[in-house]
Design a protein around this ligand. Structure first.
Ligand SMILES: [Mn+2]
Length: 340
């Protein structure tokens, strides 16, 4: 195997071997990778004879609501488990109400994640930022320990891998990743059907929400493109799920932009900040400074409102970060293909 092979800590197999009832918890406001990795791991464990429960505080988003088994999610981990595995989350609070430290704090916690901002909060921590998705880690885990990957598990894993790479369109998609994809297809994951259901389909209410939000698009001189989604817009559009349905990725395609941001006002008055950066630029550090996390090219945080104050604070931080990053890039000769 090439030098970028991903290895799995054997401690994880030991933890699984001795456990009987396992809560597999993923993050609040789940995305496709959260749901896919959580269900994929849950089903791997069940096929080993374990009693495994997928747990997520928030509902499954429409993008992956077609996956079999999404109705099995519970909102809160039961207290009588003997192992907790967290998947696709960088800090313990990202489990939200799904993890009650009062009842579960003494139970072994295995932290499996691919976010560079991970805080190593588990008893066993497998943090692999080279993995393009938590789902890729589930794949390597299954292979390393000889856990069988059924067609249904391959479907979960490939779905999350495709969502976190936006359909294999992110800069981190390497030959290794394509080998994983090929193997998952060989194992029975229907890639064409997954792509159709996941990427070529959204509720009409989202299209209406975009129509309401886009007239207020703003562009900062540094190359930051942003807009806000207010609670009123969400109500008018009739879209009641969290998230922006991919709007931040859409506005970030403007070629004048280095960074794209969508601010979403939440019913409780907090503001969700979702950010994207072109390859070579980094929004993860700003997200981390705001109390959130993510990857250099895609990161987010939830911060205090009101909306106007939140926008000013984040745009100010991003202008400073972008100016610094441009200066750092200017100091080093860049290859011609390395972006703007
Ligand atoms: Mn992920």
């Amino acid at each position: 195997m090439s030098d970028n092979a991903i290895t799995v800590p054997p401690e994880i197999a030991n933890a699984i071997d001795t456990a009987h009832r396992i809560a597999v918890i993923t993050h609040v406001a789940p995305d496709g990778d959260a749901i896919g990795s959580c269900l994929g791991l849950t089903h791997l464990l069940r096929n080993l004879g374990k009693d495994a429960i997928p747990v997520c505080q928030d509902p499954v988003p429409y993008i992956v609501n077609w996956l079999p088994g999404v109705e099995e999610f519970v909102r809160k981990a039961p207290a009588d488990v003997d192992l907790v595995i967290s998947i696709d989350l960088s800090s313990i609070d990202r489990m939200g109400d799904a993890y009650d430290a009062g009842t579960l704090g003494h139970i072994p916690l295995v932290n499996i994640d691919h976010h560079v901002t991970n805080t190593y909060f588990g008893h066993v921590n497998w943090v692999e930022p080279r993995a393009v998705a938590a789902c890729e880690m589930v794949y390597h885990l299954a292979l390393a320990f000889g856990y069988p990957i059924t067609p249904q598990i391959a479907t979960y894993i490939l779905t999350g891998l495709l969502t976190d790479t936006r359909g294999l369109r992110t800069a981190n998609v390497s030959a290794r990743v394509l080998r994983v994809v090929t193997h998952l297809v060989e194992l029975g994951a229907p890639i064409g059907e997954i792509t159709e259901l996941t990427f070529n389909r959204r509720p009409l209410a989202i299209v209406k929400l975009w129509a309401l939000a886009l007239p207020n698009l703003r562009v900062e001189p540094e190359g930051i493109i942003w807009l806000v989604i207010t609670e009123a817009m969400r109500q008018e559009a009739g879209y009641d799920e969290p998230g922006d349905g991919g709007l931040v990725s859409f506005i970030s395609t403007a070629e004048e932009a280095y960074i794209g941001v969508v601010f979403t006002e939440k019913p409780d008055g907090t503001v969700n900040v979702s950010m994207r950066a072109r390859p070579g630029y980094d929004v993860a550090r700003v997200a981390f400074a705001l109390g959130g996390g993510g990857h250099p090219q895609a990161a987010g945080a939830t911060i205090d409102g009101p909306l106007d104050t939140a926008v000013q604070r984040v745009i100010h931080a991003l202008r400073e970060a972008l100016t610094e990053q441009k200066a750092a890039r200017a100091a080093v000769p860049q290859p011609a293909h390395a972006g703007k």
